[in-house]
Design a binder for this molecule. Sequence first.
Ligand SMILES: NC(=O)c1ccc[n+]([C@@H]2O[C@H](COP(=O)([O-])OP(=O)(O)OC[C@H]3O[C@@H](n4cnc5c(N)ncnc54)[C@H](OP(=O)(O)O)[C@@H]3O)[C@@H](O)[C@H]2O)c1
Length: 325
Amino acid sequence: MQYRTLGRTEQRVSEIGFGAWAIGESAWGSQKESDSIDALHKAIDMGVTFIDTAQGYGDGKSERLIAQVLKERREKIMVATKTPPAPGPWPPSPYCDMSDRYSEAYLRHNIEERLRNLDTDCIDLLQLHTWTRAWNKNPKPFEILKKLQREGKIRYIGISTPEQDQNAVIDLMRAGYLDTVQVIYNIFEQEPAAELLPVARELNVGVIVRVVFDEGALTGKFSKTTVFPNNDFRSRYFADDRMERTVNRVEKIKTDIKDSGFTMPQAAIKFALAHNAVSTVITGIRTVEQAQANTAVSDLPDLPAETLAKLRTHAWLRGVWYAGK
Ligand SMILES: NC(=O)c1ccc[n+]([C@@H]2O[C@H](COP(=O)([O-])OP(=O)(O)OC[C@H]3O[C@@H](n4cnc5c(N)ncnc54)[C@H](OP(=O)(O)O)[C@@H]3O)[C@@H](O)[C@H]2O)c1
């Protein structure tokens, strides 16, 4: 496993991190708790030192599983979690009042719950789970987080981009509020390379890449007839003709990389790691096999320049796929 510096936090983190959404058992169909625990152990055995979770991943279930596993380990692991806005539209609408969604009382109460679930007295990295550009002019929630940081409840402060407007976090980086940003950057979603990633690099903000497989599609394992159970959010993410359109594009990528020596999951991960602003790629992991396969990619050689150039042609400017058309 190779390690990179997480921006201005100056913490060294594994290039491959553990994305712990699916192990929350709430949105990815059935998931056995023993598989989740084994996958976490395997990833740490393989050198993973960065885990990303959230309240929303099974109402704290993912956080509690991570805490349970870390009790048995001696390695120093950085755990990033997320506080969602108080109930209301997701993503927050431009008309939402920030003091209704991220009030001081709410943030304090929520962060106490994160501390309890993670069984710690200080959260390594607390990210706001989503945001709206409408709040950029006076981003008070970050002043409150800074207060909580001074009180010793939080070590570093970050944000996860709103999918439909990832560049909304650029003003916040420029204003100096963020130690890290969590961003979608993959073979389809390359827009962050235009501004968000260069600004993060310029300001030394740590970049955590999420959804590197486009929720599994960029592993190349789906077919046009793949269907998901109702309790898997991908039954909606890939609703109607989306699976067919996605698979058609993935087939073209496969053709382009067929002589490169990289598999699709390997190429997908290496594509994200090729950007010099990126600190860690939090691949979603739910089994020992995925832990093994994804972590092993770090020690492979970089993508050759011609393969990277080909992958850049597969950027796909599509609308955000929330719950159906
Ligand atoms: N708004 C936010 O802040 C936000 C949103 C999304 C994600 N995230 C974070 O980012 C992490 C990564 O995103 P994600 O989990 O949504 O999606 P992802 O990384 O694009 O896809 C993960 C899924 O792909 C499959 N997979 C993983 N490795 C594989 C391999 N080597 N071969 C074949 N299939 C493989 C697994 O599902 P199956 O085995 O079921 O196919 C896994 O759950 C999350 O876990 C979470 O920590 C944050």
